[in-house]
Write a protein that binds this ligand. Structure first.
Ligand code: 5AD
Ligand code: SF4
Length: 454
């Protein structure tokens, strides 16, 4: 395996690429964002992009390694592509993203369909990797992690919409023992705040109504004297109607940030605060660096500083050695905090992580499933209660599209990130309007549009 030399973002390659490129994305928002960067990078180098996978001569699959579900789906896909290649499709297949970084050799060995792998810090190598695959060269791997790469000079090719993502930092230095990200995305590095402000302004000019600042651990953001709270303030002042961010770490949470959020109307009153577990021994084994009491105190402080704020979270069930009693501690904390929403996952062992090296994945699959199902049920009740507070109230919502269940209704989102559905022929996607809530379910507010004077 060899590594190609980097290609500058602005380089003009000879237009010899006969095939069109299709980029397919699995996993998190950061991956969606990276796919947008890759599209710009390839476009600048003379490649033609297509949204239709069937007409693509070059298929790039941006992968996720964080949990087992994405892994299983991608492996199934690679099985299909290998069969397709055996039938002589001649299609170039490149694997990007976290799984490529983590399982580079395994991917190349197991799947003859894969022409090259390219990790999240090596996307400037893509034109070279594609060219070599097209000319029948050696299968390549570009998997160097960088301390500096932020793709600052590349503007993402965005899908038109209401929300634009902006990566403000890359990598993670936290090393939670279950998590593969520090190995697949490397060390933390923050982008220049001016670049982020300029990108927000470009979103406003293009008609976007919301920006979401992305980072694996946004409260570690720092660029010279600008910390995350100062960055949020600068982005708020650009004047886009809504600003969100994801995710902060509950450890070292900047209090100053809460005051900034409380002070600015366009900073959404919703914070995603990943809990992972409510038991101190498990938290220690996860290397989360906070206790359940500290988490509770933080949640209370957030609620005092930003009245009415919505908190959402991530939880892992069945971490190695997690007993029934330890799991019950998580349930108890979930009830006490009363999150507005929670993503609940079964622990899945990830290759190369500290947990994989130190602890046997010993909680039976059936127990993990039972714990997740139970927690999801409890969370639904909490959410239903949370949503009932809005009955009869009028909420400002941002319209994102039509409802999946009923296409005659608009699907919109409150500042708290709760879905609201309503009907009104005069409304368009991207409108901000007011909806009176008449009915609620655990996941949705159902209402009617109202005009508010002034
Ligand atoms: N197993 C299960 N869930 C995981 N997550 C990250 N790594 C794992 C793993 N190995 C979850 C965490 C994280 C979210 C993005 O994914 O809850 O916050
Ligand atoms: Fe993974 Fe922990 Fe970093 Fe989040 S903070 S990306 S869970 S190591």
């Amino acid at each position: 395996m060899t590594t190609t030399s980097p290609v500058a973002a602005g380089a003009q390659a000879a237009p010899k690429h006969a095939g069109k490129v299709h980029v397919q994305t699995y996993g998190c928002q950061m991956n969606e964002y990276d796919s947008e960067l890759v599209k710009t990078l390839l476009d600048k180098c003379g490649f033609e992009l297509t949204a239709d996978e069937r007409e693509a001569g070059i298929l790039l699959i941006n992968t996720c390694a964080v949990r087992e579900t994405a892994h299983t789906r991608i492996y199934a896909r690679l099985g299909d592509l290998t069969a397709e290649k055996k039938r002589g499709s001649g299609r170039v297949v490149g694997m990007l993203g976290c799984m490529s970084q983590n399982l580079q050799d395994e991917l190349l060995e197991k799947f003859p369909a894969v022409d090259f792998v390219c990790g999240p810090d090596s996307y400037r190598d893509l034109p070279g990797l594609i060219d070599r695959a097209r000319t029948g060269g050696e299968r390549g791997a570009a998997v160097e992690l960088s301390e500096y790469e932020t793709y600052e000079d590349i503007a993402p090719t965005r899908v038109e919409g209401v929300n634009g993502w902006i990566a403000i930092m890359r990598g993670c230095d936290k090393f939670c023992t279950f998590c593969v990200v520090p190995y697949t995305r490397g060390r933390e590095r923050s982008r220049d705040p001016q670049g982020i402000v300029d990108e927000t302004q470009r979103l406003v000019d293009a008609g976007y109504k919301q920006v979401t600042l992305l980072g694996q651990n946004v409260n570690s953001y720092r660029h010279d004297d600008t910390d995350f709270a100062a960055l949020m303030e600068r982005v708020a002042e650009v004047g886009i109607p809504r600003v969100r961010f994801t995710s902060p770490h509950p450890r070292d949470f900047p209090m100053h940030l809460l005051e900034v959020i409380a002070r600015h109307d366009n900073l959404c009153k919703q914070i995603h605060l990943p809990l992972q577990s409510g038991n101190d021994r498990v938290l220690r084994k996860m290397n989360r660096k906070y206790t359940r009491d500290e988490f509770l105190a933080l949640a209370e402080r957030i609620r005092e500083t930003i009245p009415g704020v919505a908190l959402s979270t991530d939880i892992i069930c069945g971490f190695p050695g997690e007993t029934d009693a330890e799991y019950e501690d998580t349930v108890d904390l979930v009830r006490r905090v009363a999150f507005e929403s929670a993503y609940t996952f079964k622990y899945s062992e990830r290759k190369g992580t500290i947990a994989a090296k130190l602890h046997a994945d010993d909680v039976p699959e059936a127990v993990k499933s039972e714990r997740v199902t139970n927690l999801v049920r409890i969370q639904r009740e909490i959410q239903h209660r949370w949503n009932r507070r809005f009955l009869g109230k009028t909420m400002r919502v941002l319209v994102e599209g039509t409802s999946k269940k009923d296409p005659t209704m608009w699907r919109a989102r409150t500042d708290h990130n709760v879905i609201a559905v309503f009907r009104d022929p005069a409304i368009r996607v991207g409108d901000l309007c007011d909806v009176r809530v008449d009915e609620v379910t655990p996941n949705t507010l159902i209402g009617e549009r109202v005009e508010i004077d002034g």
